[in-house]
Ligand binder design. Sequence first.
Ligand SMILES: Cc1cc2nc3c(=O)[nH]c(=O)nc-3n(C[C@H](O)[C@H](O)[C@H](O)COP(=O)(O)OP(=O)(O)OC[C@H]3O[C@@H](n4cnc5c(N)ncnc54)[C@H](O)[C@@H]3O)c2cc1C
Length: 374
Amino acid sequence: MSDVFDVIVIGGGMAGAAAAAHLAPKVRTLVLEAEEVAGYHSTGRSAAIWILNYGPEEVRLLTAASRPFFLDPGPGFADHPLITPRPVLTLVPPGQEADFETFLATGQEVREISLDEARQLVPALRPGYARAAAIEDAFDMDVAAIHQGFLRRVRSHGGTVALDARVAGLRRSGGVWEVRSVGGAIARAARVVNAAGAWGDEVARLAGLPPLGLTPKRRTGVIIDPSPHQVADWPMVQDVVQSWYCRPEARTRLMVSPADATPMPPSDVQPDELDIAIGIDRMQQALDIEVRRIERAWAGLRTFTPDGHLAIGAEPGAEGFFWCVGQGGYGIQTAPAAGALTAALVLGEAPDAALLPALPFLDPARFRRAPAAA
Ligand SMILES: Cc1cc2nc3c(=O)[nH]c(=O)nc-3n(C[C@H](O)[C@H](O)[C@H](O)COP(=O)(O)OP(=O)(O)OC[C@H]3O[C@@H](n4cnc5c(N)ncnc54)[C@H](O)[C@@H]3O)c2cc1C
């Protein structure tokens, strides 16, 4: 393998894979992934839901811009649909009425429904839990098919995906980044993309650059057997402030989450017993479902920048260094548009016009400006 590329993408999760899939058709692209399996960290641990009315403004733009790709990714990307309809039922317990007003006023494609209609959708809904309800269109995503499709696209365009290749050193020399992996292999490229998820600040430090201030936050998922309820056609269910949610999993099971967001150092994070118990308790306050045992539990990291917006774009003053981090809880549903945008910025091409209003929110330079004088 040649060690000279045009772009080196650090991190082979969804963010890096999507960016590389848009780069590889145009330039020599190398993806360096620390783990033996790409998708081992956040990408393999998501709830796999696409929701339009979720996250800050630029996330909604990226989510909307990604929908056409999910519906039609083009020939050869996957042999079955990447997304399938799964509405979201939002319940309004006492105390969340004001949040619900805002949700209805700002949400797109959201429709208030009666509690009788809500109970038809989810017969386990306890009388008295909710004061109101709303339904919106959303999708289940096949995360593995999306991720593997992107990586396949990298390879089919002559790009290289190197696994078990943790980046341990980065330095700029003679107008080129030298990227050293654990084990000593060195690859060179004029441009690098930092798509290392929770480790984004660590990769910046390796390059001698200041961190953005990323905070990885743990979120837990639990699989239960909800029988005798037949849940396959249930919507995802949440409260307005998202203090818990659940959704059908593999037709007969239910995934439950306490929607926890506990700051953690970057790591192979594991679930905490208390979070599991909180998730089950909150779900059971809303739904009459007996939980006989936990079939599986996991946790993953949702990584946020200090202002909660993603960071996509160039590091000011460090030529050829680009960020694609801070995907929070939206990194799958935004990946097609975020990957295309990252590639456009790296290649100096014009971004999709629909995303222009998102650029000021995304620009990493916002973290480098001196605070305005009081
Ligand atoms: C419980 C849970 C539920 C979620 N639900 C949803 C959802 O419903 N919808 C949605 O859109 N999103 C959801 N998310 C968020 C989504 O999973 C993330 O935003 C997304 O996976 C982030 O992708 P990433 O590529 O940035 O990170 P990762 O998948 O973590 O990839 C980063 C990669 O960088 C690699 N790396 C780190 N350091 C180095 C190094 N030095 N050298 C080389 N490689 C390195 C890591 O090994 C890792 O593979 C959820 C997350 C969790 C935890």
